[in-house]
Design a protein around this ligand. Structure first.
Ligand code: FES
Length: 84
């Protein structure tokens, strides 16, 4: 079973699931903030909306398309970032 870290919380995930599922199973919502500070979370669940972005091992990814792997470090994007 993959073990990963979600915002500093160590969790075990089922193999074959996504980082999004691991975040949701841990009750970690929202996933990020909009430019105006509004909470945002997954909408489509299939890689189209990009609302589920988070940082996995230093890279911004769509969590609904990212499989869990042992040792991942996942960080939500909760601070408003106007650099995008
Ligand atoms: S939930 Fe829409 S891209 Fe991930």
């Amino acid at each position: 079973m993959p073990e990963l870290t979600l915002d500093g919380l160590r969790v075990t995930a089922r193999p074959g699931t996504t980082v999004l599922a691991a975040l949701q199973n841990a009750g970690l919502s929202p996933l990020r903030r909009s430019l105006s500070g509004e909470p945002r979370g997954a909408l489509c669940g299939m890689g189209t909306c990009s609302e589920c972005r988070a940082v996995v091992d230093g890279v911004t990814v769509r969590t609904c398309l990212t499989p869990v792997r042992n040792g991942q470090d996942v960080r939500r994007l909760l601070e408003v970032n106007r650099d995008f």
